[in-house]
Design a protein around this ligand. Structure first.
Ligand code: SAM
Length: 339
């Protein structure tokens, strides 16, 4: 069956020694002891957990009960909407399991909405940090395959959700995702483009209330499993080019957001050069922008599940994988345009 096939393919995954050597040198320096536990998780794909993000637009009859019977729990236990302790949007429901079990992905059928999306639960942190309110105009600058766009739509009904992706193949994949999860009656809220995200700031200055920059990055999980050494070396070279692209995308996002609006920058690498250093460089060069801490109540509500790295000074937050809490890597930083 597919689950067995997947376990087999994971067990056969080969670590690229060149990339591992590079990570060992860089991350033991940047993260110290915390790299040890993250390393153990990254080297053991059979330990990886999956989150099940429910689709509020689909028919969820029986699904929650089935998940509970399988041992899943809700990452965001629902509290009463009137309650002041409500820290996450009422519709956002992500089920997690303490073991690395995985339910099958659902197949696309035209005219039918998928009930759930499998993801690394730490991917919800940038979306929660964006904190979209009803009616807001939102840009997801680097959107494919669309996991975070979908999560945004679970948290609120924006006035506009503009999803952009530069790569043709990934843009098609993004369209497919949106079609499989969003009902026709909500599709008018969506605008999907196929542009270089670096140009959107000058094309639509100040047009959005919120912008998400889920930047292209050296995805630590997949780079470690680069099939051969030659490719591993090529990717290490490419890795040095990423911070420039990331800064340009972040500057474009800041131009696209209105004064007072919020930009969230995220990556799925632990690399300081692609995280804190990018944000620090943009803060130093871009006038009228301030750093916003992630809301403490959000961090508190998630710290039973996510392991937040400790680094000083803290520019953003980094979730690092740990045994039994294999979520991440996920870096998130929040900026506000003042004028
Ligand atoms: N947000 C997505 C999700 O949650 O499903 C994942 C985004 S992935 C980390 C980064 C994406 O940025 C890739 O699909 C990549 O093709 C795209 N990308 C790379 N360069 C870009 C650019 N200049 N403008 C827009 N998108 C870009």
């Amino acid at each position: 069956n597919t689950h067995e096939a997947e376990c087999k393919s994971k067990a056969q995954k080969q670590v690229c020694k060149t990339v591992l050597k590079h990570f060992d040198a860089q991350y033991s320096e940047e993260l110290g002891e915390q790299w040890r536990s993250a390393r153990d998780v990254l080297l053991n794909p059979l330990s990886w957990q999956y989150g099940v993000l429910l689709n509020r637009f689909s028919d969820l009859t029986n699904l929650k009960q089935d998940l509970a019977e399988l041992g899943y729990t809700n990452l965001f236990p629902q509290t009463h909407p009137e309650s002041h302790s409500q820290t996450t949007p009422i519709h956002l429901q992500c089920f997690i399991h303490r073991d690395p079990v995985r339910i099958p992905t659902q197949i696309h059928h035209p005219g039918w909405l998928k009930q759930y999306y499998l993801l690394n639960a730490a991917s919800l942190l940038p979306v929660l940090s964006l904190n979209v309110k009803e009616g807001e105009h939102v840009l997801d600058l680097c959107a494919a395959p669309g996991g975070k766009s979908l999560a945004v739509l679970q948290t609120a009904t924006p006035g506009l959700l503009h999803c952009n992706e530069v790569d043709q193949h990934r843009h098609d994949w993004l369209l497919k995702t949106l079609e499989s999860y969003v009902p026709p009656a909500q599709q008018h809220l969506l605008s999907v483009t196929h542009l270089d995200g670096r140009s959107i700031g000058s094309m639509r200055p100040g047009a959005y209330d919120k912008v998400l920059v889920d930047a292209p990055c050296s995805n630590d999980r997949s780079w470690l499993y680069t099939p051969d050494t030659h490719q591993g070396e090529m990717w290490l070279k490419e890795r040095t080019q990423l911070p420039l692209l990331q800064k340009e995308l972040l500057c474009s996002a800041l131009a696209a957001v209105r004064p007072g609006g919020v930009v969230v920058y995220s990556t799925c690498t632990m690399s300081r050069a692609e995280n804190q250093s990018v944000v620090e460089a943009v803060l130093a060069s871009y006038q009228g922008v301030e750093l916003l801490e992630l809301e403490q109540h959000l961090i508190d509500s998630l710290s039973d599940h996510f392991c937040f790295a400790h680094f000083h000074p803290s520019v953003g937050q980094l979730v690092i994988p740990q045994k039994g809490k294999t979520w991440g890597p996920m870096y998130v930083s929040r900026l506000r345009r003042i004028y």
